[in-house]
Ligand binder design. Structure first.
Ligand code: PMP
Length: 409
C-alpha cells in the first residue's frame, strides 16, 4: 500500500507549542538541533505510563514491577532495532550523549589510556566529545590530537593514517556537526581507524534525527545519542557499544541494580547491560524515547530525511541570496542545520531580534568553541530544521533577517 504523502501541516498538530501565541504570533521553531519538540503521542505515552503503569523496574515480583520492567525493556529493544545493534546487551541507558561519552572515557578510557597515549578527535567536535577526553588525558598524561578541517567545514582526511599512530587508543568523531551541519564519512573513517587497530566512538547526537543509522554497517565501536534531539524527552540517552568491548570494561557508577552479590569483602557485578546502569533509571523517559522512535518510524525515517533535505536546500538558496549574509559550513554533505553570520551584526543581536518576531533560533558558540576558533568567528546564528518545519518557516526567517539588517543599517 502506498503511504499517504508526507504532510507537515498535519504533523504540526502534534506540537502544541507551534500554535501557542509567542510574542503575539505563532511560534516558528527553528531550534531542533538544541532540543527537539516532543509530539503529543510521545507525551501521551509517558503520561499513561506514569499514571497507570509505573513502579521501579528490575525489582520485586509484583505484577506491576514486572510489567514496568517489560515496558522499559521493550524500549531498549526499540533502540536496538533503530540502531540495528546485534543485541539489547549492547544498549546502555544514559542521561544523554554527554553522560555516554563520560562513561566511555571513565571506563574504557581509564582501563586503556595511559601516559604517552593519544586520543584522536576531529576539529568539529562538540565540547561533550572533547572535555571528557581532555580530563582523562590530563589525569593520565595522555595527549589529544586533532583531525583538521577545511574552511568549508569538511574534515581533511588526507593525513588520517599519519594521525593514527601506534599510541592512538581511540578516535572520537561527530557524525553530523551541530554547528556546520557537515555529515562526516564515518564509515570510511572507522574502516581506516580499524585498519590501524584503533576503536572509534561516534557522536550521533545530531545524526540520529536526520539519518538512518546502522551501527553494524558502520562497524562503530561506540555510538552515542540523546533522546531529546530525537523527539523524545530530556534525561535519557544511549550508549551503544560492541559487546566484546563493553564486557571487558569495568563498571562506572556503583550501587543498586548493577550487582550480583554484595558483602563487606567483595561485590560482584551482573552482566550487560545492567552492569552500567546503577540505581533507578529514567524509566518514563526511556519509554518516552521508545514512543518517539515509534512516532518517527510511523512518519518514515527515509521520508523525514528526504523532506528535511529538500527544506535545507530551499533555505540555503534563500539565505545565500541575502547580501551581507555568509553561511558557515558549506560541506557537500549536510544535514538540516544552517549556521550563518551577518556582516557587522553580532549573532546574539540577530537571535534576540528574531526571537521578538516569534522565530526561535540559537545564537552563540554552540558548545563548539574550537570550531569558532578555527573559523576565526566568535559565534554564529543557527537555524535547524525538523520534519514539522515548512517553506513558510524559511520565508519568515528570511523576512526576519532582512528586518534585522534594516534595524542595523
Ligand atoms: N554532541 C553534539 C553533536 C551535540 O549537538 C550535543 C548537544 N548539543 C551533544 C553532543 C550533547 O548532548 P547532550 O547535551 O544531550 O548530552
Amino acid at each position: 500500500m502506498t503511504p499517504p504523502p508526507f504532510d507537515p501541516t498535519t504533523i504540526r498538530r502534534d506540537f502544541p507549542l507551534l500554535t501557542t501565541p509567542f510574542h503575539g504570533k505563532p511560534m516558528i521553531y527553528l531550534d531542533s538541533a538544541v532540543s527537539g519538540l516532543v509530539p503529543l503521542p510521545v507525551l501521551g505515552r509517558m503520561d499513561h505510563y506514569q499514571r497507570l503503569e509505573h513502579t521501579n523496574v528490575h525489582r520485586g515480583v509484583s505484577t506491576l514491577s514486572q510489567e514496568a520492567t517489560d515496558r522499559f525493556e521493550e524500549a531498549r529493544e526499540k533502540v536496538r532495532s533503530f540502531l540495528n545493534a546485534a543485541s539489547t546487551k549492547e544498549i546502555i541507558w544514559t542521561r544523554g550523549t554527554t553522560e555516554a561519552i563520560n562513561l566511555v572515557a571513565q571506563t574504557f578510557g581509564r582501563a586503556n589510556i595511559h601516559a604517552g597515549d593519544e586520543i584522536l578527535l576531529s576539529a568539529m567536535e562538540h565540547h561533550a566529545n572533547i572535555v571528557p577526553w581532555q580530563m582523562l588525558a590530563e589525569e593520565r598524561g595522555a595527549k589529544l590530537r586533532v583531525i583538521p578541517m577545511s574552511d568549508a567545514g569538511e574534515l581533511i582526511l588526507d593525513d588520517l593514517e599519519a594521525l593514527l599512530t601506534p599510541h592512538t587508543k581511540l578516535l572520537g568523531v561527530v557524525q553530523v556537526s551541530n554547528v556546520l551541519g557537515t555529515i562526516n564519512p564515518v564509515k570510511e573513517i572507522i574502516a581506516r581507524a580499524h585498519a590501524k587497530g584503533v576503536p572509534v566512538l561516534v557522536d550521533g547526537a545530531q545524526a540520529v534525527p536526520h539519518l538512518t543509522v546502522d551501527v553494524q554497517d558502520l562497524d562503530a565501536d561506540f555510538y552515542v545519542f540523546s533522546g531529546h534531539k530525537l523527539s523524545g524527552p530530556t534525561g535519557i540517552g544511549v550508549l551503544y557499544g560492541k559487546k566484546a568491548l563493553l564486557e571487558k570494561m569495568p563498571p562506572w557508577h556503583g550501587g543498586g541494580s548493577m550487582i550480583l552479590s554484595v558483602s563487606w569483602e567483595k561485590t560482584t557485578y551482573i552482566g550487560l547491560p545492567g552492569k552500567f546502569e546503577a540505581g533507578t533509571p529514567a524509566i518514563t523517559q526511556a519509554i518516552g524515547l521508545g514512543a518517539a522512535l515509534d512516532y518517527l518510524q510511523g512518519l518514515g525515517l527515509d521520508r523525514i530525511a528526504a523532506y528535511e533535505h529538500e527544506l535545507l536546500h530551499y533555505a540555503t538558496e534563500k539565505l545565500s541570496a541575502i547580501e551581507g549574509l555568509c553561511i558557515v559550513g558549506n560541506a557537500k554533505a549536510k544535514a538540516s542545520v544552517l549556521s550563518f553570520v551577518l556582516e557587522g551584526i553580532h549573532p546574539h543581536d540577530v537571535g534576540s531580534i528574531l526571537d521578538h518576531d516569534g522565530i526561535v533560533v540559537r545564537a552563540g558558540h554552540h558548545c563548539a568553541q574550537p570550531v569558532m576558533q578555527r573559523l576565526g568567528i566568535p559565534a554564529t546564528t543557527r537555524a535547524s530544521f525538523a520534519y514539522f518545519n515548512t517553506r513558510e518557516d524559511v520565508n519568515a526567517l528570511v523576512a526576519g533577517i532582512l528586518k534585522v539588517q534594516e534595524i542595523f543599517k
